[in-house]
Write a protein that binds this ligand. Sequence first.
Ligand SMILES: Cc1cc2nc3c(=O)[nH]c(=O)nc-3n(C[C@H](O)[C@H](O)[C@H](O)COP(=O)(O)OP(=O)(O)OC[C@H]3O[C@@H](n4cnc5c(N)ncnc54)[C@H](O)[C@@H]3O)c2cc1C
Length: 402
Amino acid sequence: MYDENPAVLIVGGGLAGLSSAVFLAARDVPVVLVEKHAGTMVHPRARSINPRSVELFDQFGLVPKVQEHRSYSSRPGGLLFRGETLAGMEVFRSPLDPPSTVGRVTPQPWAPIDQDKLETVLRERAEELGADIRFATELVSFEQDEEGVTALVRDRVSGAEKTVRAGHLIAADGNRSPVRTALGIGLHGRGLIGSTMTLVFEADLSEPLRGRQLGVCHLDRPVTGTVLLQHDGERRWVFSMPYRPEDGETLADFDDERCVALVREAIGVPDLEVAIVPQLSDGTKVLGYELAARVADRFREGRVLLVGDAAHVMPPTGAFGASTGLADAHNLAWKLAAVHHKEAGPALLDTYDAERRPVAELTVAQALLQMERRTKAPDGKPGGGQGGKPGPDAGRPAAAEG
Ligand SMILES: Cc1cc2nc3c(=O)[nH]c(=O)nc-3n(C[C@H](O)[C@H](O)[C@H](O)COP(=O)(O)OP(=O)(O)OC[C@H]3O[C@@H](n4cnc5c(N)ncnc54)[C@H](O)[C@@H]3O)c2cc1C
């Protein structure tokens, strides 16, 4: 009656979904993962994972690969600085060397790895371990009963649909989580703080950089809150800028011509040669990113469990977002494996919400505190979001900027 019967169906092939697939497949749990996009993104998004995540990866043989893909930001000598434009005068500068250790808490270091690389590493490992990973495949609908979850999934290339019957469904479907919405699970917390558009571009910035090694650069042009990050440290860069959907502005307003003009204004070189790079296989060049602080009211509804951004979102200050999702995935995977292998009863799954939701609440609060400290003006008044004047801990590592 069903086309397939995995123990667990994972919806979403970002960090939380792919790491769930690794952690489950390594414990011999049959798993199918569906991701609606055709491939992983070009945009690096989160730039670093914390030592606890490295500890988790160590259990699954992932550390050598993570080290192999260390990002450019791990090179010593990187700077956090601020100016009106990149070519203009600096008003603030701080070293940005990544910490190699966090003292006696753990032998593992921070791992500076860009999210696009980490997702590729996780996907390869999940497949090696036997997980069935399907990109260009979306969850169309699902329903659950006491025995399991029935889901309709569609191959977005061929249009073919299949009915999957799984014991449990992991909703790793991101910030807007259609699964969470379908379950009617609400969100609480401070909510939307701001909206950012972000793109990747290629250009020769050697002249405006004047020998500086770009780690994170806060700029006041085109608007305060503009951030420039390295991508490959040579020709490819990440540009982000606040935009205002609340005033009717949309991502479609950022066509190539406007994007090139915005980048030139930020750099301060009016005739700079700039190429905007597609970030998704469908050619999408500009992405929107909500700066928000929210936690789901519950992380479990029967046989469906929320992980990662589907369960919580937080500002990037502190670099907690990705690692919190990885920790969710790890906590949930060993419990689902124990239930699947009949080593524990289903009540074990109740501990997932009890353990992870308070951690999410605390972590979101910490990310907000760090954001406030960092954006506070010297007179103690709130600054201009991420682009405000750096606060007392502005010299923290690149990780702190995501
Ligand atoms: C542009 C951008 C920049 C960011 N920068 C930072 C940063 O600097 N620092 C930081 O800590 N965090 C940053 N983040 C957030 C960070 O990337 C997230 O915390 C992390 O990606 C969460 O992983 P996730 O797997 O929970 O969700 P996501 O990465 O959002 O993955 C969810 C996936 O689910 C898929 N999906 C949704 N619905 C369906 C469906 N019906 N069927 C199949 N698949 C579906 C989506 O296509 C998506 O790939 C950024 C995010 C974005 C978008």
